[in-house]
Design a protein. Structure first.
Length: 304
């Protein structure tokens, strides 16, 4: 997949204006909206857009981080620093019973672990805080099931998604109505590409988790995948462990997210690197490939 690195400023302005309009529509249409904050690059862009949308006032909804307990330590550090700078409300929600039971991908596999720590945790957060519209940073170009999403993506009373029952969105007219118990997932970055996101990050000088930039990191090679080894991982002392210049194109749980070999230490270098990329950024996310039609099945069950 080739990424256009010559995105014009006018194209970025149009994407920005569209996203800001969607964010304002959410604030005007729902009683208890919230923004899901994953700490990744798309979430950082979305937070930046929300601050622009409601300036000089504050963002009129909280950020919700669905925490599995398996995020990279750099992500937690960045999250807390970003929220302090932002000054708004952050809700951290976890499936505490599953975490207390020792749920992890090594013993249960990624499908079951994701179901407990992500899907059930998200549905629990929506119910506990009565969230009727959850804003997220997913984009249509990321993955084939996400290409089926509407901007305003309807979920039933059980939080489930049926792609055949989504509402038409002709001429950017959105049907935002939901009944009590139902909710909407809203994707203001739907029409953005990975290249657009990085071009906007460059233009707006948006801060990101350092994991997006290349550095020497300890990894295990598994085919073309580079599996990161956290501090304290006993596998670091194995003969197979090696230190490789790499970075992450996408960030998820540390046991389920691979790195890519790279020397790109700046946004400009990343944009240039993406021009030659032939795979999706989510090709390193195990949960996207742990079963046939993996992401679509997870989304039908309530995953974001």
């Amino acid at each position: 997949m080739s990424i256009n690195t010559t995105i014009g400023d006018e194209a970025l302005r149009q994407l920005e204006a569209e996203s800001i309009e969607i964010l304002r529509e959410v604030a005007a249409s729902y009683e208890h909206p919230a923004m899901l904050y994953s700490v990744g690059k798309d979430s950082s862009v979305l937070l930046h857009l929300a601050r622009k949308a409601f300036a000089p006032g504050s963002i009129p909804f909280p950020l919700v981080h669905v925490d599995t307990g398996f995020k990279f330590k750099e992500m937690y550090l960045f999250r807390d620093k970003a929220v302090r700078a932002y000054g708004g409300e952050l809700i951290v929600h976890r499936n505490e019973s599953a975490i207390a039971a020792g749920t992890n991908p090594h013993q249960l596999g990624t499908k079951a672990c994701c179901g407990l720590l992500k899907t059930e945790a998200l549905l629990g957060a929506l119910k506990q805080y009565q969230i009727d519209a959850a804003i997220g940073g997913a984009r249509r170009d990321e993955e084939r099931s996400r290409a089926k999403e509407r901007v305003f993506s309807f979920r039933d009373r059980h939080g489930q998604w049926n792609p055949k029952e989504q509402r038409p969105e002709l001429w950017q007219l959105y049907n935002s109505r939901v009944h009590p118990g139902e909710n909407m997932r809203v994707f203001p970055l739907s029409n953005w590409t990975e290249g657009d996101v990085w071009a906007y990050i460059r233009r707006e000088n948006i801060a990101l988790v350092p994991l997006y930039f290349a550095a020497p990191r300890w990894v295990l090679r598994r085919g073309e995948q580079l599996i990161p080894l956290d501090d304290g991982d006993p596998r670091r002392s194995s003969q197979q462990a090696e230190q490789v210049w790499c970075r992450f194109r996408t960030l998820g749980c540390s046991p389920c997210t691979g790195a890519v070999a790279s020397r790109a230490t700046s946004v400009d270098a990343i944009i240039d690197e993406l021009f030659h990329a032939k795979t999706s950024e989510r090709s390193t996310r195990i949960i996207d490939h742990d079963q046939d039609a993996s992401m679509e099945l997870k989304k039908r069950e309530g995953y974001f």
